[in-house]
Design a protein around this ligand. Structure first.
Ligand SMILES: [Zn+2]
Length: 191
């Protein structure tokens, strides 16, 4: 029978290795989400990208749409995470949502956070914090029973600097009207 402390050592060593592996994996998938955000920016859209990962494989992706028409109307539905989830639901039917990890280049807003957790997703990784509209600090324990028992893991600031760079490019362009002169725009440009 092994000495208990020895077992503890092995458990801790395994946990450390796993954490290191996970961080590299997070960066790998965030890079793919950042490419979605870059593509959105190239089309004049707000630079948010998202990918959904299952067992080490990207199973869906999305990027922010319809911010260009912001002058005429407001579209706060076609967010990157919602479009990625729609794309996943259209294709994959047999995936356990608790096994999915959602990567987003900006902290999910209240709508996206709620939509993801209501669809069974429990792990969310994001790059740049949304100091104006981020919704991941929703106090689930204070809500009704369906939400109160949800255990959601949110990992912030994976490749934050790369994502910040895209938002700085977006807000520095005077042509872009979406959230122009907002708290988020000022916060982003003043760093
Ligand atoms: Zn959103």
């Amino acid at each position: 029978m092994a000495f208990p402390w020895q077992n503890l050592f092995y458990v801790l060593a395994a946990a450390c290795n796993r954490e290191e592996h996970t961080m590299n994996e997070h960066e790998h998938f965030m890079q793919i989400a950042l490419e979605q955000a870059e593509d959105a920016l190239a089309h004049g859209e707000f630079p948010v990208g998202s990918v959904i990962v299952h067992e080490g494989r990207v199973v869906a992706s999305g990027q922010r749409r319809h911010t260009l028409e912001q002058k005429e109307s407001v579209n706060e539905i076609d967010h990157a995470e919602v479009l990625a989830l729609r794309s996943l639901l259209a294709r994959e039917t047999a995936v356990d949502p608790s096994e999915l990890v959602v990567y987003a280049t900006m902290e999910p807003c209240l709508m996206c956070f709620s939509t993801l957790i209501l669809n069974g997703i429990r792990r969310i990784v994001y790059a740049y914090e949304d100091v104006m509209g981020g919704g991941t600090n929703l106090p689930l324990a204070q809500l009704n029973p369906l939400y109160a028992k949800m255990e959601v893991t949110v990992i912030p600031h994976v490749m934050r600097q790369q994502s910040l760079g895209l938002f700085q490019r977006f807000f520095a362009n005077p042509e872009n009207q979406y959230w122009k002169d907002s708290l988020l725009a000022n916060y982003t440009l003043n760093q």
